[in-house]
Design a protein around this ligand. Structure first.
Ligand SMILES: [Zn+2]
Length: 497
């Protein structure tokens, strides 16, 4: 009964992708480990609270695993904002259960932000460096950059030895169900969410080692630049570059939950972020784009070329095109970012300013009533020394030790395997980071350096369907692997209302 459902899910048309579920769990975990000393870092000192955020970071994609629209809706700020208002009455969140409920919300919200950043920023880098797409590799067509980048980056994380969080299963069902009904009028049963989350937990998080080698072998040759750069913190939208904006978003959510977050704080991160310079002044490349990240949803129609301006060192207007989240549709939609794409060359080694003028409307109804400005420098001209470029740039990688590093996350007990669809799946391997150290030691079923010797892709790997989505290719004896492949291909498909 589960097999047809999963195959149907895997074959649904794909209009948008995001980075993989393990990427969400880990970027969120790393962001928590990088929080500065203070109230929020203290909040996450308990490993159970951290795990609630990590499993929350897998939640939005669980809706796809069970074929229910709650997953798509949970990706976006209307749901997050409603959830914040729902939980706010419980502040200051004194009980362990309340703290786990808050952490879960933060995790699912972080997932949505990361999808926006990855899709709207990094996928353009993938297209430019590994594209153009569509392209055919080894006889297989990849319609867009997102097709190999989504499963590929999760596989690279596994192979490169970065995966170490396997959070325990936890879902605050009553809250999720209530907010989904209140904000979107969407009714979902507890059992539906439970099954969706168990599939994600078991098949994508705990058993990812079974499918990662398949993706590794297929995707690394398709997107070699991505494989080499997806963890470069200097490239906007890379997984490590998401750590800082994710941490800033967690802080904004914490303050929103306490009803003390001012609208003037709406911009929480920028690319480039000082002291890094813009990567290029050439408007022909994605490296010339400037991205502002918000700590809450902003209404697209209010973020326009009148409320957002780009000025050169002399104060003259620099022409640019303005873009919201990649999947933003109408002016009433909200985005957690805005992107300025210069349409004329930028002067080298020069300071530029972005101004956000009053009038920007937030998802919660408030309006920015003071201007916000930010300056950055362009790179030096070709052949010219630019010694201070990127000097002193924040280094969030590797992350600091967790607040109580003595209690490693991987030590948490896994939920009991709930899904009989994977009866012969291998047990979870020991923690990859601990096992592989520097990430160079190969092991029999893949991971930690080199091209792993995983199952033969021709036996049961993921394949792209004709419609651009993922399709499994189960053949004899490979049903469990095919199921894993289908789930690992989960992706966001459309914009929530
Ligand atoms: Zn997602």
């Amino acid at each position: 009964m589960r097999v047809p459902l999963l195959l149907v899910l895997a074959a649904l048309p794909a209009g948008a992708a995001a980075h993989g579920i393990n990427g969400h769990v880990h970027v969120t975990g790393w962001a928590i480990e990088n929080l500065p000393p203070g109230e929020l870092r203290d909040f996450f000192a308990d490993p159970e609270i951290r795990e609630a955020a990590q499993i929350g970071a897998s939640f939005p994609d669980s809706g796809y695993a069970i074929g229910d629209g709650y997953g798509e809706l949970a990706h976006w700020e209307p749901f997050v904002d409603g959830y914040v208002r729902h939980l706010r009455a419980r502040a200051p969140f004194d009980t362990p259960e309340e703290r786990k409920q808050v952490a879960f919300l933060m995790g699912l919200a972080a997932h949505g932000l990361q999808d926006e950043l990855f899709d709207s920023v990094f996928l353009h880098q993938v297209h430019e460096h590994d594209g153009p797409f569509p392209r055919t590799v080894n006889g297989k067509e990849y319609p867009t950059a997102q097709d190999p980048a989504d499963p590929g980056t999760d596989a690279f994380l596994f192979t490169d030895g970065y995966l170490r969080f396997k959070p325990a299963l936890f879902v605050p069902f009553d809250d999720v169900i209530a907010v989904m009904a209140d904000v979107h009028g969407h009714r979902v049963e507890r059992e539906t969410i439970d099954q969706g989350m168990r599939r994600v937990k078991t098949l994508v998080i705990d058993r990812f080692h079974a499918i990662a080698p398949v993706y590794e072998r297929e995707m690394r040759p398709v997107i070699p630049w991505t494989a080499a750069n997806y963890m470069d913190p200097g490239i906007p939208g890379s997984l490590t570059s998401e750590i800082a904006p994710t941490g800033a978003y967690l802080q904004a959510l914490w303050d929103r939950l306490h009803d003390r977050w001012p609208a003037r704080a709406v911009v929480t991160h920028t690319w480039p972020e000082a002291p890094r310079r813009l990567r290029s002044g050439d408007p022909a490349t994605v490296d010339s784009w400037i991205t502002l990240v918000f700590g809450a949803g902003t209404i697209n129609g209010s973020v326009n070329t009148e409320t957002v301006r780009l000025l050169d060192a002399g104060g003259a207007e620099v022409p640019f095109s303005l873009h919201h989240t990649r999947w933003g549709g109408s002016p009433d939609d909200s985005s957690r970012l805005v992107q300025l794409r210069p349409t004329a060359p930028l002067a080298p080694d020069a300071e530029h300013t972005v101004r956000v003028e009053p009038g920007v409307r937030l998802q919660d109804g408030r309006v920015l009533d003071v201007p916000w400005t930010y300056t950055f420098r362009t790179p030096c001209a070709d052949g010219q020394a630019c010694a201070d470029a990127d000097a002193g740039a924040p280094d969030l990688w590797p992350p600091d030790a967790a607040p109580d590093a003595a209690a490693p996350d991987a030590a948490s007990p896994d939920a009991a395997p709930p899904d009989a669809a994977v009866p012969d799946a291998a047990p979870s391997p020991p923690d990859a980071a601990a096992r592989c150290g520097s990430g160079t030691e190969p092991h029999p079923d893949g991971g930690c350096g080199g091209i792993p010797r995983g199952p033969d892709a021709s036996v049961g790997g993921a394949a792209k369907g004709d419609d651009g989505g993922c399709a499994t290719a189960p053949t004899s004896g490979a049903a469990p692997l095919a199921l894993l492949a289908g789930l690992a291909c989960l992706r966001r498909r459309r914009r929530a209302p």
